[in-house]
Ligand binder design. Structure first.
Ligand SMILES: [Zn+2]
Ligand SMILES: [Zn+2]
Length: 256
């Protein structure tokens, strides 16, 4: 059996604090087989992670967390960024056209940016959109106190059950992981499409500790620092962003 964390944010998300190489190092250190870097409406960090992954002995599924008109949607196995601001159904169709699949992240909890039951069931009335939506987060470390409804309703939905960290700080990566038969990204996809995954939730109450740590690290980010590790053998520390990383982040802001 392998484990995956399919919802992780890198420094290419405006609200996250970890470089791509530090994500890969920590994911490898905590024994994950497959990860997805899913930045808010941004795919470049994810593609960078996929390129670097072999050096860290893990596999990366290219992905993104899209802001749809109806709430956030995690797209996986995609090559290009779907446009933000479409309906959930149109976003699913866009993801499907390029061969990807989608997971409903932190749904059914009335928090801003969460998909409602109406939006999910509405999208599933379209057969082509339904074929793309394959998973539901029953456990999301960031919303763990609001996950009970998703856990209960997931029993009635034909969707793979997924536990994810939604990590915006490096040490939360893997706090929420999905177990599947195999160790590769393709085997993970098979397990999701066959509704054969097992969510492995975190044992502890993480939210308060994670929020405190995030405030500390996002403040450091404002001063130009990120959680970084130059190689897979060096520890993750707060380091100044390199000029290359800084340029890429500025480019994203301009493009956005
Ligand atoms: Zn989200
Ligand atoms: Zn997220």
């Amino acid at each position: 059996m392998g484990t995956a964390d399919l919802h992780i944010h890198s420094i290419y998300s405006h609200d996250a604090t970890t470089t791509v190489r530090a994500i890969l190092k920590h994911a490898s250190d905590v024994g994950l087989n497959v990860i997805a870097v899913t930045d808010h409406d941004e795919i470049r960090g994810s593609l960078e992670a996929q390129q670097l992954a072999p050096k860290y002995g893990i596999e990366v599924v290219p992905g993104v967390e899209i802001s749809t008109k109806d709430g956030h949607l995690v797209a996986l196995f995609i090559e290009t960024l779907p446009p933000a601001g479409l309906s959930m159904t149109d976003t699913l169709l866009h993801i499907g056209k390029q061969g990807g699949i989608a997971i409903a992240p932190h749904p059914f909890n009335n928090l801003p940016n969460s998909l409602s039951m109406e939006a999910v069931l509405g999208a599933m009335t379209n057969p082509r959109a339904k074929a793309v939506l394959r998973g539901i987060e029953t456990h999301n470390m960031g919303t763990q106190n609001f996950d009970r409804v998703a856990q209960k309703l997931s029993i009635y939905l034909p969707l793979a059950k997924i536990a994810s960290s939604d990590a915006h700080i490096y040490w939360a990566i893997g706090a929420g992981r999905t177990e599947f038969d195999g160790t590769t990204a393709n085997q993970l996809r098979d397990a999701i499409e066959n509704n054969a995954t097992t969510p492995i939730p975190y044992e502890e109450e993480f939210s308060a500790k994670a929020i405190f740590s995030w405030v500390h690290r996002i403040t450091l980010r404002r001063f130009g620092y990120a959680s970084d590790a130059i190689t897979s053998t060096q520890p993750i520390t707060s380091r100044p962003l390199t000029d290359t990383m800084r340029r890429k982040i500025i480019k994203i802001k301009k493009d956005g």
